[in-house]
Design a protein around this ligand. Sequence first.
Ligand SMILES: *Cc1c(COP(=O)(O)O)cnc(C)c1O
Length: 423
Amino acid sequence: MSSETIVKQSLETPTAYTKFNADNFNAYVMNTYGRFPIALERGEGCRVWDTEGKEYLDFVAGIATCTLGHAHHVMMATVSEQMQKLHHVSNLYYIPVQGELAQWLIQHSCADKAFFCNSGAEANEGAIKLARKYAHEKLNIENPTILTAHASFHGRTLATITATGQPKYHKGFSPLMPGFYYVPYNDITAIESAIAELDKDKRQVAAIMLEALQGEGGVRPGEITYFQRIREICNEKGILLILDEVQAGMGRSGKLWGYENLGIEPDIFTSAKGLGGGIPIGAMLCKSHCDVFEAGSHASTFGGNPFVCAVALAVCQTLEKENLLANVQLRGEDLRTGLKAIAAKYPNLFREVRGWGLINGMELNSDVELTSIDIVKASMNEGLLIVPAGPKVLRFVPPLIITETEVMEAMDALARAIANVVK
Ligand SMILES: *Cc1c(COP(=O)(O)O)cnc(C)c1O
């Protein structure tokens, strides 16, 4: 072997672009996603178009992210205005619009303070770091544990896959992060015994981290009595309650925050997906009593830059001005009525329709051979985009601006798709 390496000269030749589709994409991009075989290139409102010109009604919304749909006039105007003014300077300086976004979020939630980052996983990383620092400094716990739930989803960084209570996301990535312990969701006895057991083991519980409604893990709403009892336990023992609002928050549940459906307030919560309406932004918010961060504790180069904050603020203000929560509640009712009507036609196929606002799931019976992917593919053929939440649950998370007519149209497409796969 020669000790000399030939270094490829980066910008010597002009770039030759390919027309990309399902057949050649993975030649260049790492194959980390099980992609569906269409390539999307344009969107407007609740519709998107692929490179062949086929139109789809979008009940995925970038996975519960495009709050205002595609090409929304407020977002377009804000993006353009903010780019002309200032888009990135780092957090070495004060950013007025970041302050305004923090103020909006705090005035419309139980939190007192906000930290901005770029994604849901990062927001949860921030919450985990804050909880650990709080445990060391305020609770004098040397070896703190964070309880999380089976079938949860908290992101793809090492700490957040560890927090995620699904073995399939852990496979191949050991050693995982210490300091997490899993309990079944909506099971209060399991929480109580885990706290007692870890206490004896000198791995005291410092925080409980949960989704108000489990999204990825199968669209499972939290139970009110469960969360209220958890809040009591946390109060009694000084444990922090962290809610991951990345998917169910920002109005998707019919309330601004998922926890409002449960009649409790968390100490810390995280937001991302719908917050920027599709512009990458995440936030970690907390009550003042648990804000133990100081200068240097945590940081992000991009986090809360003027561009993303201006767009997220515009999304928040549009939600407020256009009273979109009312639309989420009404269209959610329409959607569940439609789904239940379809489920009733195929009692052997479907088990349950459930959800809050515009995050809804339709679960297949465990003994049927069909998987959620089969129905997602059949729906795509009928011009409807939906997304699985596990192998047996279909997830419906359209933009919050969806109309009654569009919900009906989606139900027609879904009914045709199901008729095609069962015959
Ligand atoms: C999507 C999701 C995340 C991860 O967000 P990313 O932006 O992909 O890092 C975390 N928690 C929940 C509940 C989510 O749905």
